[in-house]
Structure formats: structure tokens, C-alpha cells
Write a new protein. Structure first.
Length: 241
């Protein structure tokens, strides 16, 4: 059943040639069933495996609702999201990954939440990742809660739906995977209401993840920089009041 909603989906992709046709096709199918107007924006972040060429073919087949943007070189997950967000047309903005580890049809369950919340974020139920990665994610979520007081179970879950005004009210600075945390931290600091809902999580069937253990030191460095900057902004605001 269609809702009176206009939705933009942003999907960053890096070397996801084997996955993007399925994720875009599923996006179109669910959006055509639930949305009044919609678009799917795939951002190819400098892929070298033919991702862009496959995406261009999908545009030719779906010219009214699919757009592809391209970075000539790999700039990072956050940079790809920023590029996609900069051209969205509609009131509601959703983003997810291109690896098909989520059920796009669960998006319909998030739409009613937008009456009560400014943004709705998923958390992975029975997460299908390695034990090491699950443990590191648990530790990271605990750290984010401790530093930013963000009561979100799975801050890095790439299944998030926003009112457009949320993204228009915050400035996204980072270009890497920290973008998930940055968005939630800044939205929380701005007083936006955050709702959560569990989503199914599936093992990656095709392609390879770009997340590495070597990213941890740089991510932690970024976390503490963001904490320091937000604290300084709060102190400046309090001193002016």
C-alpha cells in the first residue's frame, strides 16, 4: 500500500559489480509499492571492476528513477554519501550499502516511524559477520555511547531513514566509515528524535568488504577529534548564553 511519501535512496558502491543490479532492482520494487515519488541514486566511489558500467546500463533501463554519480578515484564511504545527499530531490532520505546484506523490503516498516521520529535507524538482528568483527562492533558502540551519550544499539548499521531537514541541519565532514557515527552524534546533539528498529542481516554472497582491522586506529583518532570538537562547540554556545 502506497504512502503519501516521496523518497530518495542513496547507495554508495565500491567494486560491487556483482551486487548492484540486485540492490537497485529491489530498491525500485519496494519504492514503487510504497512511495508516491522516488529515486535511487548510486554513487560509484572510484570502482575499477566495472561497477559504473553496470550501473549505467541500469540507468538506461530505468531512466525515470535511477541516477548514477561517479568519483574518478576512491574517496571513501562518507564522501560517497555526501555526493549522493547533495543531489537528492525528495522529502525522505534513506541510505544503505550495495552489498545486499539487508532486506530492502523492510524499509516499509520504517515509514510509520517517521511520524514520531526525525530519523529511524536499524540495528542488525543475528548479525552475519565474523565473531571478531561483531566483538569490535560491540566495543565501538559502547565507546560511542560513552563519548557522545548516543543511545543507539548499532550506530554503523547502514539502514537509516531521515527527514530531509535532518541532513540540511547538520554538516557532514568526514569522508570515511565514521560518517555513520558523525550523522547520529550531530543529530543527537541537535535534539532530533532518533528511533530504532531491528532489521535482518544476511551474509555477503558476492564481492569483498572494504572494512579492515587496519582502519581501527584512524577511526578511533577521528572519534576523539569529533568528541573534542563537539565539546568545544557546546562550551562556546554556553558561554554566549
Amino acid at each position: 500500500m502506497k504512502n503519501n511519501m516521496n523518497i530518495s535512496i542513496v547507495i554508495p558502491a565500491y567494486n560491487e559489480k556483482e551486487n548492484i543490479e540486485e540492490v537497485i532492482s529491489n530498491s525500485i520494487e519496494v519504492l514503487s509499492a510504497i512511495a508516491n515519488k522516488y529515486e535511487v541514486i548510486l554513487v560509484d566511489d572510484g570502482s575499477v571492476d566495472g561497477t559504473y558500467e553496470v550501473a549505467e546500463d541500469l540507468v538506461q533501463r530505468n531512466p525515470d528513477c535511477v541516477r548514477v554519480l561517479r568519483h574518478n578515484t576512491n574517496q571513501g564511504y562518507g564522501a560517497a554519501l555526501k555526493t549522493g545527499f547533495s543531489v537528492v530531490r525528495y522529502e525522505y532520505i534513506f541510505y544503505t550499502d550495495a552489498d545486499n546484506q539487508f532486506d530492502m523490503f523492510e524499509l516499509k516498516d520504517f515509514l510509520p516511524m517517521m511520524k514520531r521520529y526525525d530519523l529511524a535507524v536499524g540495528y542488525r538482528v543475528k548479525r552475519k559477520d565474523s565473531p571478531v568483527r561483531i566483538f569490535l562492533s560491540w566495543g565501538y558502540n559502547w565507546l560511542v555511547f560513552f563519548l557522545f551519550q548516543i543511545k543507539v544499539r548499532d550506530v554503523d548499521c547502514a539502514f537509516k531513514l531521515f527527514h530531509r531537514y535532518v541532513l540540511e541541519s547538520i554538516t557532514i565532514e568526514c569522508n570515511d566509515f565514521f560518517v555513520d557515527t558523525e550523522i547520529i552524534a550531530k543529530a543527537g546533539k541537535a535534539g532530533f528524535r532518533i528511533g530504532e528498529r531491528g532489521v535482518c542481516h544476511f551474509p555477503r554472497k558476492r564481492g569483498k568488504t572494504t572494512v579492515r582491522l587496519s582502519h581501527i586506529p584512524e577511526t578511533l583518532k577521528t572519534v576523539f577529534k569529533m568528541r573534542k570538537r563537539l565539546n568545544m562547540e557546546r562550551k562556546t554556545k554556553n558561554s554566549k548564553e
